[in-house]
Design a protein around this ligand. Structure first.
Ligand code: URA
Length: 304
């Protein structure tokens, strides 16, 4: 139960970081949450904060995650990570260096230790001569099984967005700020339900792997998808909501970075307004990359 409530809280935080201000929640769901909180209060000594009234159903102030009761299984991510690794690339052409990096990551004991049995650590993939480097958050359920980034629903949408830009998935490079699926305690065997955003420490640990990929690919520009990618690249605490930096050019490792929404935001808000917002950011990317832009492309999702 605690796990499910933590997953909901994390999702609310993620939505808030994505700029979502209000949510509509059915009376039935509010009642279910009240029942869950009452059950949790009854089974754990510290008092839980009350559920917001239905009238104040806003993601502006999600319930903070409270420390687990002494008998609860700790959230594994709370284990302290060692300092970020020093990642040096082997000599050779891009393919050789990428293969060496993949080997280095796969052997990293810290990453391996955080991946559930049968699941994989995930390195970015794509064109090693790509001019555009898309940086996402972290592998999800499908990615940790296949060992490839962006192969689940968000990845399929990202592929369509790339195609909308007149490119193919194979023209770009897709990476993540983090290389393993951020862990949540599994309620059933090794099956993890839900995702959570990576912590600052986790992102810092994986950053040398991202930098090494950028060094190999040497793209003209980076697209940061969502709040975690933006935080990882621009620095934790550099913005409160994604809206403050979205649609603006920033910089990382000497490369221009366009910050935009994560495709999962569009999956949760499939309106023309949110699609247009992300599309306007991608139009800026196309302009900077000197890609041809047709009138039709300029007008995508204008029908709000
Ligand atoms: N979401 C991400 O941010 N990265 C992936 O690889 C998949 C989903």
């Amino acid at each position: 139960m605690r796990t499910a409530l933590h997953a909901i809280t994390d999702e609310l935080r993620r939505l808030k970081a994505d700029g979502v201000k209000t949510l509509s929640v059915s009376e039935e769901s509010v009642a279910a949450l009240r029942r869950a909180l009452s059950a949790m209060r009854a089974s754990s000594p510290p008092a839980a904060p009350p559920v917001q009234s239905p009238a104040a159903r806003s993601v502006a102030g999600p319930e903070p995650v409270r420390p687990a009761a002494p008998d609860a299984k700790p959230v594994v991510a709370e284990r302290t990570l060692p300092p970020p690794p020093i990642v040096s690339l082997p000599a050779g052409d891009k393919a050789t260096r990428w293969a060496g990096l993949k080997e280095r990551l796969s052997a990293d004991p810290v990453c391996r230790d955080r991946v559930r049995p049968g699941k994989q650590v995930v390195l970015g993939r794509g064109n090693l001569d790509a001019r555009i480097f898309f940086c996402g958050e972290a592998p999800g359920a499908e990615e940790e099984v296949q060992g490839e980034p962006f192969v689940g629903p968000a990845g399929q949408l990202l592929t369509r967005m790339i195609q909308g830009m007149g490119l193919a998935r194979g023209d770009v490079y897709l990476g993540n700020i983090m290389n393993w699926r951020p862990e949540l305690p599994a309620p059933v065997g090794s099956l993890q339900v839900g995702n959570r955003p990576p912590t600052e420490e986790e992102m810092a640990y994986c950053l040398p792997y991202l930098k090494a990929q950028l060094e190999i690919v040497n793209p003209d520009l980076i697209v940061a998808l969502g709040a975690s990618a933006a935080q990882g690249l621009l620095g934790f605490g550099r913005f409160k909501t994604l809206g403050e930096v979205r649609g603006r050019w920033k910089e990382f490792a000497g490369k221009p970075v366009m910050v935009t929404y994560h495709p999962s935001y569009i999956l949760r808000n499939p309106t023309n307004r949110s699609k247009r917002a992300i599309w306007e950011d991608l139009l800026q990317v196309m302009e900077k990359a000197a890609l041809p832009i047709s009138e039709r492309q300029r007008g995508f999702f204008l029908d709000q």
